[in-house]
Design a protein around this ligand. Structure first.
Ligand SMILES: [Zn+2]
Ligand SMILES: [Zn+2]
Length: 256
């Protein structure tokens, strides 16, 4: 299995990451860690003004000399439940993003019913995986702390092992057909302080089920601080442990 891809790194330019995350700092740290491919992917939500800051990220990427491949990317979020991304082919081409990652970032319900919560997520997973502008579905079944704490730990432990077979199959097939990878996100999932070890074990089993159905995977740290860059190696270790073949690992090439 080829290793050394971190497809999900934030910066200080959009205040997504903290002040340690300038583009030169990110690239130097990635080199020191032996990463081979990285994508710098700040959030784009709602606000048109934020588009400007992406130009600074792009010019800083172009200005740094390095042997690793640095992709200029973006992370999208749905503007509302069953809504759209703040994104279009026009924005895509205007700004020149090379890697587009995105997904659902909220629970959109106070329900304590596992199937209801799962169903909302699954709808958005499928909408993302079948969007021709997207390369990666980010952190499936990550929830922010507030959403996690609304429910007991057992709720989450049960949810992650109860995703129905047909949903797993639909996700895996959509990912393979559309070449939209499902992200294994180290920081948002495996470093999540609200999730128990039991949940995290269940999460590995969830990934294994996706693998068996042929899903394509990407690995990302979701770094919001310089010290999290390269935590993507943890995600790669999980995929390695599951014997995911090379053909099921997303390995972006420049110019594609
Ligand atoms: Zn995210
Ligand atoms: Zn992120």
């Amino acid at each position: 299995m080829q290793k050394g891809m971190d497809c999900h790194i934030h910066t200080f330019y959009q205040r997504c990451g903290n002040e340690t995350l300038s583009v030169p700092n990110i690239i130097r740290r990635a080199e020191a860690l032996g990463l081979r491919k990285i994508a710098i992917t700040d959030h784009l939500r709602y606000n048109k003004d934020k588009l400007e800051a992406f130009h600074y990220i792009k010019s800083d990427i172009d200005a740094v000399e390095t042997d690793i491949e640095v992709f200029f990317g973006v992370e999208l979020d749905y503007m509302e439940c069953d809504g759209d991304f703040f994104y279009s082919r026009e924005i895509h081409e205007d700004i020149g993003f090379e890697v587009v990652i995105g997904g659902i970032h909220q629970d959109y319900t106070d329900s304590q019913d596992i199937s209801e919560v799962t169903e909302i997520q699954h709808r958005h997973f499928m909408k993302t995986l079948t969007n021709p502008l997207l390369d990666v579905l980010v952190h499936p079944f990550w929830f922010n702390k507030g959403a996690v704490e609304k429910r007991a730990p057992e709720f989450w432990e049960k949810l992650i092992v109860s995703v129905p077979d047909e949903m797993i199959t639909e996700m895996a097939e959509a990912s393979a057909e559309n070449r939209c990878a499902i992200e294994v996100n180290s920081h948002a999932v495996f470093w999540h302080s609200g999730y128990t070890d039991k949940f995290k074990h269940g999460y590995v089993e969830f990934l294994n089920r996706l693998k068996e159905k042929g899903a394509l995977f990407a690995t990302g740290s979701d770094a919001h601080d310089i010290n999290y860059i390269g935590h993507s190696y943890y995600a790669e270790g999980i995929l390695h442990g599951l014997n995911v073949p090379k053909s099921q690992i997303w390995w972006p090439q420049k110019g594609e």
